[in-house]
Design a protein around this ligand. Structure first.
Ligand code: UN1
Length: 499
């Protein structure tokens, strides 16, 4: 399929994707595939006002009926999985298998949210007063802005939107300026679901196209009740402060610097496969990508030798082609960042294998790279920094306590894992003195989380939780109710107040 055919199959006509000022390039070969019209500040204010209007209606629709819309969305996504997966691959450069996986994540969270729409459980609480009932109830919160990053153009939107919609909140989506086409394709799919649903209010989902300043209008608006943002720690720090200043609700999913500890008892064959998938998948541009490998000294040399061998045969190339495992980086800035990080690692005493540009002859305007393995004498500042590229730093350890200290001694706290068949080690890793991350896995890599669990992490990762478990509570307001059904008016705490 040509690039134009990929867009057409996703129902994006040339008229819709041309004639604007925002240039969208595919990382596959670096060519421009669209020029989108952007929204002005005034447009965004009007969009927020429309979202507020939708809220007035949507919050009164019973939650299970709201779930029906999300069920229909899941069905439409099933039908469009291939078409949307291809747009994702075209726009962000991840291999098609991963593009399809991302759409599957959207389908999965829709299923989850449909079930949730018949739950949204509150509590009954024992009151200290006779003839009184206490309960805790959950209510729709308001307009929810979802700001997403280029590396996962659609799944994180779905984790937020599927929950927000069943919780009664209209959604305004600000996709990355690098991947707005995926968002527009999803909007088309959503509109089909709305049509089948029948009587949903207009503007339950709106997409704003633009650069950072467009997102800032959403972040600053007191009419946007929830801001859920995925992206860099720098972005999150700015967004978090602004939303906190107006006492809005913020859900942040920011950088990761994820590690794997490989213990002496590990199944090395399994570890090897997990390392390669999580370090080079999405060309090292997942927030959950494996960036630090902490290997017991007794198996270090063997594992590194096997890794280098596997890395030397990795199929790098056009992510739309079958059999390719490593696609391009998103842009020149990403390639420059990788180069700078490798130079710094070398000056810190690291030994680099790989890391050089690839396929420059075939794709002169794209940024393909050979994934890098960097053997480090210590966890220096560059290792503690998240570089969004396929760089795997390898370090040695002697004791598990030392390995856990290394794993935790970075600013970020998203995902982590241990490969070990020793239950004492694996349980310690998951214990109160183990990994400090939001996600901690055993005999599985740090990436590729399922939607059923809460997704997010601590420290510089921002503290937010999205997707499964009880993350839905982030999209509703909590209310404590005390109901007096007696004929007296006793005061709490036994206070006497006679008039
Ligand atoms: C991200 O990189 O922002 O766990 C999200 C994973 C995916 C989500 C990654 N399910 O790797």
């Amino acid at each position: 399929m040509t690039f134009a055919e990929i867009l057409k199959a996703a129902d994006l006509s040339p008229a819709e994707v041309q004639g604007g000022t925002l240039s969208v390039r595919t990382p596959v070969d670096g060519v421009e595939i669209a020029r989108l019209k952007t929204h002005s500040e005034k447009d965004v204010h009007a969009i927020i006002a429309s979202g507020m209007k939708a809220f007035e209606v949507w919050r009164q629709v019973p939650a299970p009926r709201r779930g029906e819309l999300v069920r229909l969305l899941g069905e439409e996504l099933r039908a469009e999985k291939e078409n949307l997966g291809r747009v994702v691959t075209l726009e962000c450069g991840k291999i098609l298998q991963e593009g399809l996986g991302e759409v599957q994540e959207m389908i999965d969270i829709c299923d989850f949210a449909v079930g949730l729409s018949r739950q949204l459980y509150g509590l009954t609480i024992a009151s200290e007063r006779p003839g009184h009932a206490m309960r805790e109830t959950w209510h729709p919160m308001g307009v929810c802005a979802v700001i997403t990053a280029f590396n996962f153009p659609v799944a994180p939107w779905a984790w937020n939107a599927a929950l927000a919609l069943v919780c009664g909140d209209p959604v305004i989506w600000k996709p990355s300026e690098k991947t707005p086409l995926s968002a527009l394709a999803v909007l088309k799919i959503f509109q089909k679901a709305v049509k089948k649903f029948g009587d949903a209010p207009d503007n339950l989902l709106q997409v704003v196209v633009g650069e950072r300043d467009t997102g800032e209008v959403l972040v600053d608006s007191p009419d946007v009740a929830i801001v859920s943002a995925t992206g860099s720690t720098r972005m999150g720090r700015a967004v978090g402060v602004k939303v906190a200043e107006r006492f809005g609700r913020c859900i942040l999913e920011l950088g990761g610097n994820n590690a794997m500890i490989v213990a002496p008892s590990a199944d090395l064959e399994m570890a090897l496969r997990a390392i390669v998938f999580s370090a080079v998948g999405t060309a090292g541009q997942r927030c959950t990508s494996l960036r630090r490998l902490i290997v017991h000294e007794s198996i270090h040399d063997e594992l590194v030798a096997r890794l280098k061998k596997t890395y030397s045969n990795l199929p790098i190339g056009d992510p739309l082609e079958d059999g390719v495992l490593v696609g391009p980086l998103i842009d020149q800035a990403a390639a420059d960042g990788m180069k700078r990080a490798l130079e710094q690692a070398i000056s810190d005493g690291g030994t680099v294998t790989g890391g050089q540009p690839a396929l420059a002859g075939q794709f002169p305007d794209a940024q393909y790279v050979q994934p890098a393995i960097v053997e480090m004498p210590a966890q220096t500042d560059i290792v503690r920094h998240e570089t969004f590229a396929p760089i795997l730093y390898v370090m040695k350890y002697k004791t598990l306590a030392e390995a856990i200290d290394l794993q935790n001694a970075v600013p970020q706290g998203l995902s982590s894992c241990i490969f070990s068949t020793d239950v004492r080690e694996t349980e310690e890793f998951l214990s109160d003195i183990g990994s400090d991350c939001g996600i901690a896995n055993v005999n599985i890599g740090p990436s590729g989380a399922e939607i059923g669990g809460a997704f997010g992490g601590e420290k510089d990762t921002g503290g937010g939780r999205e997707s499964g478990s009880d993350a839905w509570k982030g999209y509703m307001r909590r209310q404590t109710n005390t109901v007096n059904y007696s004929r007296d008016l006793p005061l709490a705490q036994g206070i006497k107040f006679e008039i």
